[in-house]
Design a protein around this ligand. Structure first.
Ligand SMILES: NC(=O)c1ccc[n+]([C@@H]2O[C@H](COP(=O)([O-])OP(=O)(O)OC[C@H]3O[C@@H](n4cnc5c(N)ncnc54)[C@H](O)[C@@H]3O)[C@@H](O)[C@H]2O)c1
Ligand SMILES: [Zn+2]
Length: 748
């Protein structure tokens, strides 16, 4: 191949790619690659064309602005073309621009208007006799799309101009954009609805404005700011760009409050630098600063080139989006045991910093975005938002790309990783010994409502762990006075105090101890329920998930069906013959009661009399928690926790260190035991801590159990009592409130 054919092929390839990307960006509002990638291709084409001007074709992307208007919209021919802007990527290019302007104008210093370059899409607003008659997109610069109905839905666009001195015809130009927060909210909404999300606020703004149905546009919180004017009939109210902006503002058009006149290149650079400092905090995306020669006569003298005015420039900021490769996906374990995936990226500059990690949030997110190790991804870092993998380019996926899977074991400690059904977050179950969770576990263990170790707060835990003196709670009980006294802000005295507090903490209650273990979702109340349900720690540690649940009622029967069935049974006269009970029930044609359900119903309530005696609550299918607050998810957390041999080992050492609690019932005093032999169940919220009530009942000889059965003598029900109360009623067991109990004990 000769050099010429090679060059021609390259030019052709670049043009083809740029046309393709233009279409995705301008027509579909769904770019495949970030701007940095597009700009790289465009710059390559520009430099090849500069070296070989004879090869420039009129349809080359370097010769045009935007893309042709979408035929679904009516076409608008602009009275004055809507152009693009030349770019400066760095200070050198910016200085070169200023030098050229000064040379051509023959002046020593130029005044420029400066304003942020909002990243949205250009809009032309035509006002005739002060009324908005047309809104149009830029399109290819000559022909745009008529979006009048859509523009009318933008609150900041005035439908009528204010004041008197506006010209009979005015074309205002500005940028339609979507603030970052509204963009995030819009994407969240779209994601929830299962719709396609937008890659960035610019595409979201363009996609929202270019909706055939203006009702959709009306639901998108678009904003608009004017930065100039196009067609203008009549006398201009000012001789400068800034004066014209002031006039637009006076007529009620929104103009950027950041817009300002700066002097010379020094003023430009200072403005650019100052705005860069604030860029991350701005509520909208900007991709640079636009500088325009302020004097309108000078603008006219400078004129235009093919696709851009010669009197304006966009001095760009570093791109906030880039392409890079996912080199690995690692899992990090947080202080609370949450296992989160992090993408390790080939380092890439985004938004002015080098990014080499991006959070992937969780496994669902990885699946939704379909991220594989080896993928080329589109990363975005804008505002204060942490770098994010926006999407994958599946067409660039290498053959050896790997699917990401959740590790079965914690990468830090090796304990099982659990992710209960329906939960998004996966967690390490090695709470008591996982180094990642060490500090959190120790602080919790020592906290007042857990083991109540006075003087052992965050700061001290921090030191003990960082100095490698303590790895798990059991190590606390082996600390020596000399070791402690040597720590920062610890004297002899406080060391002695801490040792005393540790000693004192050894006398505890079963409930406190369970709570102190820091099992996921086992709070104080649940720990108390567990302590009253299980005889001892061994029983708790040996429990299986099923041991926390009790299946009640009849599977498949809901509340409505149960009520209807009971009503029909109550009004039924003759008892059907035993063998025909199933057919008879089917003949009732009760919704929700099919043959399979009937078969199960008869398994539980064998005959006619049992069935007649049943109340709706007895029939409704349910999975009761045997232990208050312990549903299937919490049960899974408890079982997995005790399944970790390291957790059990730490518990063993804690007990060996001397931690103990009174066995249930052992605290019973010798006095009168009016409740001897009575079986109580406590449910709901009582006026006093449940543990205290329980202790009192036990002191009076009662046995307190966790579930209601026919053997239950009394159910003590507090506020918001749930299934246990229902069950008590269904089984006809006496229910007491706290006043009833006091009366029972002869205290009232
Ligand atoms: N990712 C892709 O596939 C892809 C494809 C095509 C274009 N692009 C991107 O689009 C951009 C090129 O588009 P362009 O030709 O519209 O140029 P541009 O967006 O860089 O600059 C011109 C535009 O700037 C806007 N603007 C904002 N503030 C302004 C102000 N104060 N004064 C004047 N104009 C202001 C106007 O809408 C104007 O049309 C590049 O950033 C390019 O990377 C990306
Ligand atoms: Zn772990």
């Amino acid at each position: 191949m000769t050099d010429e054919t090679e060059l021609a092929a390259r030019l052709e390839a670049l043009r083809r790619q740029l046309h393709y990307h233009n279409h995705r960006y301008y027509v579909l509002d769904d770019p495949e690659v970030p701007d940095s990638e597009y700009d790289r291709l465009l710059r390559e084409l520009q430099s090849l064309e500069a070296d070989h001007p004879e090869l420039i074709t009129p349809d080359s992307p370097t010769q045009r602005v935007g893309a042709e208007p979408l035929s679904a919209f009516a076409e608008v021919v602009h009275r004055q073309p809507m152009l693009s802007l030349q770019n400066a990527m760095d200070e050198t290019e910016m200085r070169a621009f200023d030098e050229r302007i000064r040379r051509e104008l023959g002046v020593a210093q130029v005044a420029y208007t400066a304003e942020p370059k909002l990243d949205g899409l250009a809009i032309s607003l035509l006002y005739e006799d002060g009324r908005l008659v047309r809104g149009a997109t830029r399109g290819d610069g000559h022909r745009g799309e008529d979006v009048t109905a859509q523009v009318r839905t933008i609150h900041t666009v005035p439908l009528r101009l204010q004041g008197e001195d506006w010209p009979p015809l005015l074309e205002a130009r500005g940028e339609v954009f979507l603030p970052i927060a509204d963009f995030e909210a819009l994407n969240a909404r779209l994601r929830e609805a299962g719709s396609r999300t937008f890659k960035n606020p610019r595409n979201a703004a363009a996609g929202s404005l270019r909706q055939l149905d203006p009702k959709v546009t009306a639901q998108r919180p678009l904003a608009m700011l004017c930065y100039g004017f196009g067609a203008f009939d009549g006398e201009r109210p000012a001789a400068t760009q800034s004066g014209m902006l002031a006039a637009l503002r006076r007529w009620g058009l929104p103009v950027s409050p950041e817009s300002k006149v700066v002097d010379g290149i020094g003023g430009c650079l200072a403005y650019h630098r100052a705005l860069a400092e604030r860029r991350d905090g701005l509520p909208y995306d900007i991709d640079g600063v636009v500088f325009k020669v302020d004097d309108l006569t000078a603008q006219e003298r400078l004129g235009f080139v093919t696709r851009e005015p010669r009197w304006a420039i966009a001095y760009k900021y570093p791109a906030q989006e880039a392409l890079t490769q996912v080199q690995a996906v690692e899992f990090q374990v947080g202080r609370t045991g949450a296992v989160t995936p992090v993408a390790r990226l080939a380092p890439v500059a985004v938004g002015g910093v080098t990014v080499s990690n991006a959070t992937l949030h969780n496994l669902d997110e990885i699946r939704r975005k379909d991220v594989h190790v080896g993928d080329t991804v589109y990363v975005r870092r804008a505002g204060d938002v942490i770098p994010e993998v926006v999407r994958v380019l599946p067409e660039r996926r290498p053959g050896d790309a790997r699917v990401v899977t959740l590790p079965s074991h914690c990468p830090v400690c090796g304990a099982d990783v659990v992710r209960p059904a329906g939960e998004v977050v996966a967690r390490c179950s090695g709470g008591l010994f996982c180094p990642a969770q060490r500090k959190e576990a120790l602080v919790h263990f020592a906290s007042r409502r857990a083991m109540d170790i006075d003087g052992l707060g965050d700061k001290l835990v921090e030191q003990l762990v960082d100095k490698d003196l303590v790895h798990d709670p059991a190590d606390l009980y082996g600390l020596a006075a000399e070791t402690l006294a040597g720590l920062e802000r610890m004297g002899e005295k406080s060391a002695q105090n801490l040792l005393a507090a540790l000693e004192k903490s050894k006398e505890t209650t079963f409930a406190r101890f369970i709570y102190a273990l820091g099992i996921r979702e086992v709070g104080e109340a649940t720990a108390a329920s567990l302590a009253s349900h299980f005889a001892d720690l061994d029983a708790l540690a040996a429990a299986r998930v099923e041991d926390f649940q009790q299946i009640g009622g009849v599977k498949g029967i809901g509340e409505k069906t149960a009520e209807r069935l009971c009503a029909r049974l109550a009004e039924a006269g003759d008892r059907p013959p035993d063998g025909e009970l199933a057919d008879w029930l089917a003949g009732l044609k009760i919704a929700g009661l099919n043959r399979a359900t009937i078969a199960r119903l008869l398994e539980v309530f064998g005959d006619w009399s049992a069935l007649r005696a049943a109340r709706p609550a007895d029939l409704v299918s349910r999975e009761d928690s045997l232990v208050e607050g312990v549903g299937p998810v919490v049960a899974t957390h408890i079982v997995t926790f005790f399944a970790q041999s390291h957790n059990r080992e730490v518990i063993g050492r804690l007990l060996k260190a001397g931690i103990q609690w009174p066995a249930p019932g052992s605290a019973a005093p010798q006095g009168a035991q009016p409740l001897a032999g009575k079986v109580f169940v406590i449910t709901g919220t009582l006026g006093r801590p449940r543990e205290a009530v329980k202790a009192e009942l036990e002191a009076l000889g009662a046995k307190v159990t966790g579930s209601v059965s026919r053997n239950t003598d009394y159910v003590l029900a507090g506020r918001d009592a749930g299934t246990k109360l229902e069950r008590a009623r269904a089984l006809g067991r006496p229910v007491l409130d706290e006043d009833d109990l006091a009366a029972l004990l002869g205290r009232r």
